[in-house]
Design a protein around this ligand. Structure first.
Ligand code: NA7
Length: 487
């Protein structure tokens, strides 16, 4: 990486969001001498998605030792795929260690950013207005819950909530519980609650491929071993090798590694589901990996419990005490969980973001959200995104991606700091060329083989990095400055 200016700077940096990426940004800003920064966080707690999602069974579908800041290893992870509360505690611990909290304005959401008079005017929900030189949007990818228009949903008289707004006041014991959706969330909920409830109904619109990856519980000896960086390194290296294998598979629909993943999922289905009729209901009609793969060793067992019911007939209407489906059946429910995912294209919105000459981000993104190398948008000078549009969501740890993006951004910010410019944003040409190259490459990926998923934008094009992990690191190592307009 290019040498960065090493003195402290007065440049004012506003970071939006105190989740994984915002905490990271604050730590890296401090380290690079940007002490004059603040994080606006809309909630009263940090942790982002790990604060919002507290549903039973929540785990990260990236192995814990790979879902860890590179500079803050955690030998104490309890299992391969860490539970959500443990991940939230990890972020809280790291934030405390690096004194990040003192930089956070809690319960204060940025709802307006406008580039005017050569800087950013920021307004928050508390009525505060301030000026910033640089804005870093660390607002997350899957953040705003998506609740589809299902006829009659508002009529339901029992308890009903989105999976990202779990109502812990409800005791599920002895209840008839329905879950709509079969994404990672719904599948994790299924295994966690099926044995606790009287009757469990899973409303499936699309069957999922399920990969049975063991979630190993780490023993005290394992944890003690992980304190040794060499021993931990072996595990981390293995995780990276698995990421590479996986990502090389999904970006090439004809690859042998993808075929091997598909075989494993198929074997899991054939061997895991005893009843032929149920097995056929659970058999996807699209290619494995097209949607984000589900990792679970116990979903098939859970859905075969006597009190579990997989409903594949479409939902017609929600009534006061249950759901009626297209086959005329009525499914009585006390609790209805809507596990229908997130608005994956929201990013920083609904905040108003106005770039140079008042250009509205909503208009700039009227077709679909895009950004040069996922981080910079033409005409939005000094406005940078972490895990922004088309970041590599499909393949590997978002922490590693955010770390690489921040190192890249620090090099761009360095141009300002060194006095080479005061405004920097990607050129339109570079952004269009990047998008053209990216979209062309998505054609080879398995995400493009005919399924619906949150990876696809509204034009049906995968919104992701369609190349290998290594290529991401290589291209992010050093910005090509000619791709940026510098004023
Ligand atoms: P996902 O993966 O977006 O899953 C949402 C699920 O909700 C999916 O099965 C959808 O079915 C289903 N859905 C959405 N709308 C409806 C309607 N109207 N009727 C019935 N079913 C519906 O969200 P998750 O929260 O599970 O996971 C998000 C990511 O978080 C995950 O990929 C991991 O990275 C962690 P569909 O498949 O579209 O037919």
């Amino acid at each position: 990486m290019e040498k960065l200016a090493d003195s402290a700077t007065d440049l004012r940096v506003v970071i939006i969001g105190a989740g994984m990426a915002g905490i990271l940004a604050s730590i890296k800003m401090t380290d690079a001498g940007y002490h004059n920064h603040v994080i606006y966080e809309k909630s009263d707690q940090l942790g982002g998605t790990w604060r919002d999602n507290t549903y039973p069974g929540i785990t990260c579908d990236v192995p814990a030792h790979g879902y860890t800041y590179s500079f803050e290893p955690n030998p104490d992870w309890s299992q391969t795929f860490a539970p959500g509360p443990e991940i939230k505690q990890y972020f809280e611990r790291v934030a405390d260690k690096y004194d990040v909290r003192k930089k956070i304005c809690f319960n204060e959401s940025v709802n307006y950013c406008a580039f005017e008079n050569e800087g950013w005017t920021i307004r928050t929900t508390k009525g505060r207005e301030e000026r910033a030189d640089i804005v870093i949007a660390a607002t997350g990818v899957l953040h705003i819950p998506s609740t589809p228009k299902i006829d009659g949903l508002e009529r339901f008289k029992g308890s009903s909530f989105h999976s990202a707004r779990w109502d812990h006041s409800i005791d599920l014991a002895g209840k008839k519980v329905g879950v709509i959706g079969t994404g990672s969330t719904a599948i994790q909920i299924t295994s966690a609650i099926v044995d606790k409830v009287e009757k469990f109904s899973l409303f499936q619109r699309t069957a999922q491929w399920v990969m049975p990856i063991e979630n190993q519980i780490y023993s005290d000896k394992d944890k003690s071993d992980f304190k040794d960086s060499e021993k931990r390194g072996v595990v981390v290296e293995q995780i990276h090798a698995d990421f590479d294998n996986f990502s090389n598979g999904v970006i090439d629909a004809e690859s042998a590694s993808l075929a091997a993943l598909a075989d494993e999922c198929l074997r899991n289905l054939e061997e895991g589901v005893r009843d032929k009729e149920l097995r056929e209901k659970l058999r996807p009609d699209y290619r494995a990996g097209c949607k984000r793969l589900i990792f679970s060793t116990d979903f098939y067992e859970s859905i075969q419990r006597d009190n579990a019911n997989l409903i594949t007939s479409g939902i017609v209407t929600v009534e006061e005490n249950g759901i009626r489906t297209e086959d005329g059946e009525f499914h009585e429910l006390d609790v209805l969980v809507v596990a229908t995912g997130f608005k994956a294209d929201a990013f920083i919105r609904p905040a108003t973001v106005l770039g140079r000459d008042g250009i509205d981000l909503d208009d700039a993104w009227s077709d679909y959200p895009s950004a040069y190398m996922s981080v910079s948008i033409p005409k939005f000078p000094n406005f940078f995104m972490l895990n922004g549009p088309n970041s590599p969501v499909g393949n590997f740890s978002l922490i590693q991606i955010a770390e690489n993006q921040l190192d890249y951004l620090l090099q761009l910010m360095n141009e300002i700091r060194l006095g080479n410019c005061s405004q920097i944003s990607a050129t339109r040409n570079a952004t269009e060329a990047f998008e053209e190259r990216r979209i062309e490459a998505t054609k080879k990926t398995v995400w493009n083989t005919g399924c619906k998923s949150w990876y696809l934008d509204k034009n049906g094009i995968p919104s992701s990095w369609p190349w290998s992990r290594q290529q991401f690191f290589d291209e992010m190592e050093r910005p090509e400055l000619e791709a940026f307009e510098r004023i």
